[in-house]
Design a protein around this ligand. Sequence first.
Ligand SMILES: *[C@@H]1O[C@H](CO)[C@@H](O)[C@H](O)[C@H]1NC(C)=O
Ligand SMILES: *[C@@H]1O[C@H](CO)[C@@H](O)[C@H](O)[C@H]1NC(C)=O
Ligand SMILES: *[C@@H]1O[C@H](CO)[C@@H](O)[C@H](O)[C@H]1NC(C)=O
Ligand SMILES: *[C@@H]1O[C@H](CO)[C@@H](O)[C@H](O)[C@H]1NC(C)=O
Ligand SMILES: *[C@@H]1O[C@H](CO)[C@@H](O)[C@H](O)[C@H]1NC(C)=O
Ligand SMILES: CC(=O)N[C@H]1CO[C@H](CO)[C@@H](O)[C@@H]1O
Length: 434
Amino acid sequence: MNYPKMNYSIYPSSFSHWFFIFITLFIVNINGAKIMKTSIHSYKGFNAKFDRPDTSEDAGDESFNPDVELMTPEMIRRAGYPAEAHTVVTEDGYFLKIHRIPNKTGYPIFLQHGLLSSSADWVILGRGRALPYLLADLGYDVWLGNYRGNTYSLGHTTLSINSQEYWNFSWHELGIHDLPAMLNYVVNYKNQQVIYIGHSMGTTGSFVMAAERLDMHEKIRLLISFAPVAYMTHIKSPIRIFAPYIREIQRIEQYFGLDKFLPRNWIIHLLSKYGCNLTTKEEKVCENIIFTIGGFDAAQFNLSFLPVITNHDPAGASTKCVVHYLQEVNSGKFRQYDFGEVKNMEKYNAISPPDYNISRMSIPVAFFYGINDWLAAVQDVKRFYKQLPNTVEIVQVNHTMFNHLDFLWAREAPELLYYQVLDLIHDQIQGGNH
Ligand SMILES: *[C@@H]1O[C@H](CO)[C@@H](O)[C@H](O)[C@H]1NC(C)=O
Ligand SMILES: *[C@@H]1O[C@H](CO)[C@@H](O)[C@H](O)[C@H]1NC(C)=O
Ligand SMILES: *[C@@H]1O[C@H](CO)[C@@H](O)[C@H](O)[C@H]1NC(C)=O
Ligand SMILES: *[C@@H]1O[C@H](CO)[C@@H](O)[C@H](O)[C@H]1NC(C)=O
Ligand SMILES: *[C@@H]1O[C@H](CO)[C@@H](O)[C@H](O)[C@H]1NC(C)=O
Ligand SMILES: CC(=O)N[C@H]1CO[C@H](CO)[C@@H](O)[C@@H]1O
């Protein structure tokens, strides 16, 4: 019998793609820190520092920034504010930590971090500059959420954090489980509505919640979105080069269990303590690695925060969160996770995943975006905003280089962004008291 001629080879034709992606993911996930070490290693003067034994670390070492080792509540206390930590459990069993700068009589404001981030990132700018402190100074009750899988929210009622099942979530689950669990806790605690401020994946989760959890609508006074991410068609971040290979990435993820994206480990830890305390020129190396994904704005970034930031980030996330974003780059839609046709049929009873129903997102929304943002591109942000049914305002930050991370760490973030946000919050709360 004559079989149709096919292009047989030992490897499937996509093998080289596969291989490239596997190696890249492998490097990024497991050995990323080592690569950093190697590249920085080649800089003169680094060896002596890096090879210094790790034992001398804190005591009497003047090059050590005290915020490097601190947990969020300790950073808050060091800045002169009271701090609390509250634990909640989600419907699907994940333990989450909410940090709080309490004010019993204050209106509750809930802040939610983005991808590979944690509550610590909100307070890095320090007293008189960081948004949580500005809010606390005005008498608000400030709550800082932590998504599952980050440094502070590791733990589950039944699953081990080393299991694949634990890391089996995308930002869909963050939106339908994590945010409702944390916000319900705050709403019940205060017996009051909350104002929500999200950054990056903190906005994505809130959009999922607004579309899927209609029971949450009455509990949230206003969604304030910094660098809103829903549509991703126009992202400029280099991570978009992975988007065409997303199917392969998912397959590799299945086989090799790359379920946890960019884990924190001791090398990153060590690097952040000594590795990034180099000359200004050498510090650029560290900068580039951290800022490659989000874009960089040298004028707004204060290098003295670098050791603190590298120690707290990346704070851990699931590979599925990244994969779900890359699916959006390809599809041009804001929709649920794509499991592949067979499993989509099983789960959604359709070949493609369903779109999130934007017309249902009736919580009032205010957008703030930067025009140099590599992840939340202006076209995507505006397209999404126009479709939302209940909008308050959309504001372009008045700075040509303002990027994704400037929402947290820009030198002039208070002047360019936060003061305006404080006015908006004030107006909203006053408006409701008429
Ligand atoms: C709480 O906020 C009020 C203003 O709303 C302020 O007068 C009070 O001092 C604050 N309390 C604390 C403990 O900061
Ligand atoms: C991950 O979750 C999906 C459903 O969301 C399920 O079909 C799949 O079996 C899970 N995989 C693992 C490894 O738990
Ligand atoms: C950078 O941060 C340090 C430490 O918080 C601060 O002392 C310094 O004034 C900041 N520099 C600028 C230019 O903002
Ligand atoms: C989206 O939500 C609106 C309002 O609840 C509803 O009328 C519409 O049928 C929904 N669309 C889809 C595709 O489910
Ligand atoms: C934007 O900033 C420039 C200078 O940095 C200033 O002249 C201008 O008035 C600002 N525009 C708005 C709308 O605030
Ligand atoms: C930002 C920072 O910690 N800089 C320190 C780097 O290390 C030298 C000594 O090696 C210190 O003098 C700097 O203060």
